[in-house]
Design a protein around this ligand. Structure first.
Ligand SMILES: [Zn+2]
Length: 380
């Protein structure tokens, strides 16, 4: 029978473990979920949060359960690093201060703390005492890439739940099953979402995301003949389209705040505003990373064609443009273009303006792939 844990796709052991913990009423207070990006840790964390918050036997359908799964419950808080290099000590102090406060709607509170592998020694020290002796109504779910990358002082205070890497072919099958997508669409979506199955399922359901992917790939195809002004225009267009869904998020935030503002103290309103702002910038970084993920997927395909393995192309609907690019460049050049993408992802973390990042990136990719003596120069 489907339950709140059914959605943790590709992780049967984790699913069984969480079900049994809940069935026996033995939910612990500090968990560390470890696993690579795309292994469904965040989804599992929210499912466990439902089990903590629901007062109706983990029903998945009551108002509280729905709020948790929509990530809107005030007693289920999600944190990710806000500093360029990881968590800021102030951020951890905010969490520690918040832990002592009473829940707002439920009788318990859940803190989902993502990327604890980016928790430095100083920030971790500010957190240890709280993690060791949390108030009785608080559950911590920490998420990290590998157990080895998390500070031992943190690991030793948590129950570690390992998530497996989901192989590409299995991930494709899961996305097809859960979205009705064709295997090709599923493979394309998984690449565009940097391997995340749950994001890939959302992606294939959205025609708008699919047309965005198409446009990013068309831009990549056009780079060879693009002049500097074209590149600037491409960058502006991609950013505008990537950020379009944010307007909706901003509007929803404003409406929700307006609806509850008259019952809230000024200080609480400021807190919600600050949290909304952070949520918005996290969403913005995510949408920018989608541009680079799609570019990476396209370049990867160019690379396999350069390496004489065209049968490994994933974006088969774009095979013609990919083959054309491969005929004009070489594997080492594509590898250099790929590393430019990694640098850009890094730059997003440092709050460099997205326009600048994408401009520079497109110039770099053009130069790496086609050099300065490209057909563009010959055409002039
Ligand atoms: Zn419920």
């Amino acid at each position: 029978m489907p339950d709140v844990f059914s959605g943790i796709l590709g992780q049967p052991k984790v699913r069984d473990f969480l079900r049994s913990v809940v069935a026996h009423g033995r939910i612990g207070q500090s968990y560390l979920f470890t696993g690579p990006a795309g292994s469904n840790k965040t989804l599992a964390a929210y499912a466990l949060a439902q089990a903590v918050i629901c007062e109706d036997g983990v029903c998945g359908t009551c108002d509280a359960c729905k709020r948790v799964s929509r990530r809107k419950h005030p007693d289920v808080r999600y944190f990710e690093p806000e500093g360029a290099g990881g968590y800021l000590v102030e951020q951890i102090r905010e969490i520690v201060g918040d832990v002592g406060l009473a829940p707002i709607q439920a009788s318990s509170k859940v803190y989902i703390i993502d990327r604890v592998d980016l928790l430095g020694v100083q920030a971790a020290n500010a957190f240890l005492k709280t993690l060791e002796e949390p108030p009785a109504n608080v559950v911590f779910i920490l998420l990290g890439r590998t157990q080895a990358s998390v500070l031992p002082t943190i690991v030793s205070r948590c129950q570690v739940v390992p998530f497996r890497h989901i192989p590409q072919s299995e991930a494709c099958g899961i996305v097809c099953q859960n979205s009705g997508a064709t295997p090709l669409q599923a493979a394309v979506a998984i690449q565009a979402c940097s391997g995340s199955i749950s994001k890939a399922i959302e992606f294939v359901r959205s025609t708008e995301r699919f047309s965005f992917r198409l446009r990013v790939m068309q831009v990549m195809e056009s780079l060879e003949l693009a002049d500097d002004l074209d590149v600037l225009e491409f960058a502006a267009e991609l950013i505008e389209r990537a950020q379009a869904p944010l307007d909706l998020v901003r509007k929803t935030q404003e409406e929700e705040l307006a609806a509850s503002a008259e019952f809230m103290a000024q200080s609480a309103i400021r807190q919600v505003e600050a949290r909304n702002k952070r949520a918005l910038s996290a969403k913005s970084a995510e949408s920018l990373r989608q541009i680079t993920a799609i570019m990476r997927s396209w370049l990867r395909d160019v690379l396999v064609v350069c390496s004489m393995r065209p049968e490994l192309v994933i974006n088969q609907d774009m095979a013609e443009g990919i083959g054309n690019a491969a005929s004009k460049t070489s594997a080492p050049q594509v590898v250099r273009a790929l590393s430019a993408l990694d640098e850009t992802d890094e730059a997003f973390r440092y709050n460099v303006s997205p326009e600048t990042c994408i401009d520079v990136l497109l110039y770099q990719i053009r130069e790496e792939l086609y050099g300065s003596h490209s057909a563009r120069a010959a055409a002039i």
